[in-house]
Design a protein around this ligand. Structure first.
Ligand code: ADP
Ligand code: MG
Length: 572
């Protein structure tokens, strides 16, 4: 359905046309007519489906010349970036509508300037809940004339702990206002808000999978522990994306990785919640106008950010939530373009976590080998040739070549050498990288023992120990070897290659409700009380098979894949 089939004013249709929108997206088609009627709406659809226009166009349409002194529409967004982005889009919709005065209010920016804007007669206010509350307290923002409240990315606002603020804000507005809520997911807390603050809302759910995800190639790379930064440098060198996003789970990791990339000559910048607003705006602008090639960000800082032409998304850390994976990779492949998403995994647990994500999104995430030097040369050569094939050659170049050819110089040879020369600077910067050993071939691998400070005196059985180890590491029961339980401690055989990972992921760990410490075994023990044989121990006699099998307690853990625990979300 075309926008001009809607009951929208000429000014808005003109602006929409200039934005290049012709057909409405599904969420727009379903919600705009209902919103124009003044109904409450609960809209659920994925990122990148055009929700801003879905609520923004009716909001802009609703403003009249009479709205000179009243805030008629309030749009709440979870982050400063999203508020700014929605603000900019609303301004574009209102380009030909003089009566609309939009104003963005968000933390970390000058209060005075916002107060000035509000006083000038803002009638559409877009803001983050915290700053909106600030202005309400100072009475620089009054909601007594509010006709419409819009909660954009409601799930994320709740995740960020804005529930009370949202309730206070909604309670301060006239009860007969329109309330609109958009969200990518619908956790129960949202339904609670809906019940409390909406009147007979129309529920709109776009079930279709996100249009763009199918256009995104999804791959993963196995990387040895502690080598993710090198692997990322290698991949950035190999693929040389002109615009890429790299996701990390913590602010510290964003800072560290950004610094590392910059040190190695990449045009990278970091984005996270600890940064000053001015700095964040600068980073975003520089990424949008391609002065920065690589944006390293946390999930929340990057949420909903709409930058076109991102070639690739890298998951440096696995997302802490399956939905985040979708949000992350949705940064690329926007507006029908193709894109690629690459995930770096280290260790078995991450392998299992990625498998769960793959099941969740019902799409294949296939493994690629890290490119080696030869592979990189091939990729770079191809990229260079493609690049020059679009450029024009100067006339005299042909003359030189013809002359050289007539002297018997080999074109092919000359072209190859020229390419090598052009590429040599790039090739020098390829990180030294040993190929990591594949995660899933550990036959005959060396083993070591770890020592756990819990034993027979606490009524511990081998399957308690094994269960806890499997849970903590995400590894499978058969990865662990012999378990010896002593009076006050237990030793477990583990693959030597996974020592660091296992020590890291098992401290802290609880067994039978008790906090334990796991260390490398120093070889001091008392007499063994109970042994679990190695899973690869062969029974010596066939007739002993039954008895032997019954003691292989580890067997039931063979295909055990721990449920990914929903970890507490970091607030960025
Ligand atoms: P969401 O809020 O659902 O994540 P946005 O509102 O940020 O999505 O829109 C994503 C992108 O799609 C923006 O660049 C927007 O300008 C563009 N867009 C929105 N509606 C249309 C449309 N009908 N036709 C073409 N592009 C659109
Ligand atoms: Mg949005």
């Amino acid at each position: 359905m075309h926008f001009n089939e809607l009951n929208l004013s000429q000014e808005i249709l003109q602006a929409v046309e200039e934005l290049g929108f012709t057909e409405m997206t599904e969420i727009q088609e379903k919600s705009i007519p209902v919103l124009l009627q003044g109904r409450d709406v609960v809209g659920r659809s994925n990122t990148g489906t055009g929700k801003t226009a879905a609520f923004g166009l009716p909001a802009v349409e609703s403003i009249t010349n009479a709205d000179k002194r009243t805030v008629a529409v309030l749009i709440l967004c979870p982050t400063r970036e999203l508020a700014l982005q929605a603000y900019e889009e609303i301004r574009k919709f209102a380009k030909y509508k003089r009566s609309v005065k939009a104003c963005a209010v968000y933390g970390g920016a000058s209060m005075e300037k916002q107060i000035f804007e509000l006083k000038r007669g803002a009638n559409i206010v877009i803001g983050t809940p915290g700053r909106v509350m600030d202005h309400m307290r100072r009475r620089t923002l009054k909601l007594d004339g509010l006709r419409c409240a819009i909660l954009d990315e409601a799930d994320e606002m709740l995740n960020m702990g804005f529930r009370e603020d949202i309730e206070t804000i909604l309670a301060a507005a006239p009860a007969d206002r329109q309330t609109v809520l958009f969200s990518a997911t619908m956790p129960p807390e949202i339904l609670a808000i809906t019940e409390k603050f909406q009147h007979d809302p129309v529920h709109i759910k776009i079930k279709a999978p996100q249009r763009t995800v199918s256009l995104i190639e999804q791959h993963y790379f196995e990387v040895a522990m502690g080598r993710k930064t090198d692997a990322l440098r290698l991949l950035l060198t190999a693929y040389s994306p002109s615009s890429a996003m790299v996701f990390c789970n913590t602010r510290a990791m964003v800072d560290q990785l950004t610094e590392e990339l910059q040190k190695n000559g990449f045009r990278a910048a970091g984005l996270h919640g600890d940064m000053k607003q001015a700095q964040r705006t600068q980073v975003m602008n520089s990424f949008k106008n391609k002065a920065t090639d690589i944006l390293v960000a946390t999930d929340v800082a990057a949420r909903g950010i709409d930058v076109s032409g991102i070639d690739a998304v890298f998951n440096y850390d696995l997302p802490q939530d399956n939905e985040y994976y979708i949000h992350r990779i949705g940064r690329t492949g926007r507006a029908g373009r193709t894109g690629a998403a690459y995930t770096l995994i280290s260790g078995r647990r991450q392998f299992y976590e990625l498998q769960q994500i793959s099941r969740y999104i019902k799409a294949d995430i296939t493994q690629l080998p890290l490119p080696d030097k030869e592979g990189i040369i091939a990729m770079k050569t191809e990229a260079s040739v493609r690049e020059v094939s679009e450029a024009e050659a100067i006339h005299s170049a042909y003359e030189v070549i013809d002359r050289l050819a007539s002297m018997g110089i080999d074109y092919r040879e000359a072209a190859a050498r020229l390419l090598t020369k052009t590429l040599s600077a790039d090739l020098d910067s390829i990180p030294e990288f040993d190929r990591p050993k594949p995660l899933r071939s550990r036959n005959g691998a060396k083993t070591v023992k770890v020592d756990i400070n819990i034993g027979r005196s606490r009524r511990i059985a081998p399957n308690f120990i094994l269960g806890a180890l499997v849970d903590a590491t995400g590894m499978s029961g058969k990865d662990f070897g012999k378990i010896d339980i002593f009076d006050d401690h237990t030793t477990v055989e583990i693959p030597a290659a996974e020592t660091d990972y296992i020590l890291e992921s098992t401290n802290p760990m609880k067994i039978n409700g008790q906090q334990v410490t796991v260390k490398l075994w120093d070889g001091k023990t008392s007499k063994s009380h109970y042994s679990r044989p190695r899973p690869d121990d062969k029974p010596r006699f066939d007739r002993k098979k039954a008895a032997y099998g019954s003691r292989r307690q580890g067997d039931k853990f063979k295909d055990y894949i721990p449920n990914r625990k929903k970890r507490a979300k970091n607030k960025h």
